[in-house]
Design a protein around this ligand. Structure first.
Ligand code: ATP
Ligand code: MG
Length: 252
């Protein structure tokens, strides 16, 4: 199946008490099937807004989002989301968290499927635990298993590793690459970390300060497995950092 995702001239304006807030503007983006796309940009530039619109949890003010030739008009199992904050249901066990999306859809085999994805993220032994019994990294693994359980074609990840320690983060990145290679998902991954983007992505989209626009898409042609500190990695990091820094306001 062709999982091409297209964002065509997408803009989003929020109405708040302070008036209109233009979050993103004129976003044009084509994400190829099985591509790993990272999005970087200053805080508040509309990265979460963008992912939420692709997830169908929010709507563009203008422009359109098309997946597999159809307009995105709401949430659907073909798009799984891993949120910025830990978002597990604290009253459900690990297994029941992963089963959630399948339960909503009335899938009979949900236990077997949930166990299969828990195995994939290495947490089958913890299936009867509650989220508060897990570390931050483990919680995000469960969130990934939950997002994968409905077998989405597109995985939307909003700074999924932002609140875990540096070592765990490296491990989770490697695990995600392994899962991506095995499951052939299309991934849109938001991060504040240029290092993370250069390690993971096929392509990095750099956004401007709010209203967020895409100022550059950079292809990362480094073969995998990548070295985090190779010369070619550093060259791309430097380019991305320069672009990003240009989007932060200067004080004084
Ligand atoms: N529901 C909402 N109502 C009003 N304004 C909103 C809403 N959600 C987001 N915004 C505004 O839209 C802008 C973009 O927010 P968004 O959360 O998408 O940014 P972000 O790039 O994800 O930031 P961060 O990197 O800090 O997570 C911000 O100015 C924010 O205040
Ligand atoms: Mg955000």
């Amino acid at each position: 199946m062709n999982h091409k995702l297209t964002l065509r001239n997408v803009s989003k304006t929020y109405n708040s008490e302070e008036g209109e807030i233009k979050a993103v503007e004129h976003i044009n983006l084509e994400v190829k099937p099985t591509e790993f796309l990272c999005i970087v940009g200053p805080s508040g530039c509309g990265k979460t807004t963008l992912l939420r619109m692709v997830a169908g949890l929010d709507y563009p003010t203008s422009g359109e989002i098309i997946l597999d030739g159809a307009h995105v008009s709401g949430p659907s199992p073909d798009r799984g989301m891993v949120f910025q904050e830990f978002s597990l249901f604290p009253w459900r066990t690990v297994l029941k968290n992963v089963e959630f999306g399948l339960e909503i859809r009335g899938v009979q085999e949900r236990r077997r499927i949930a166990e299969q994805y828990l195995e994939l993220v290495g947490l089958l032994d913890f299936k009867n635990c509650y989220p508060q019994e897990l570390s931050g990294g483990m919680k995000q693994r469960v969130a990934i298993a939950r997002a994968l359980a409905t077998n989405p074609s597109v995985l939307l990840m909003d700074e999924p590793f932002g609140s875990v320690d540096a070592q765990t983060r490296n491990v989770l990145q490697e695990e995600l690459l392994r899962i991506w290679e095995r499951t052939e998902k299309t991934i849109m991954f938001v991060t504040h970390s240029v290092d993370e983007a250069v390690y993971l992505a096929d392509r990095v989209a750099v956004m401007s300060a709010r209203p967020g626009r895409i100022i550059q898409c950079m292809k990362i042609d480094i073969p995998r497995p990548r070295k985090r500190t190779s010369v070619e990695t550093n060259v791309i990091r430097e380019k991305l950092l320069t672009l990003l820094v240009s989007q932060y306001p200067r004080i004084g």
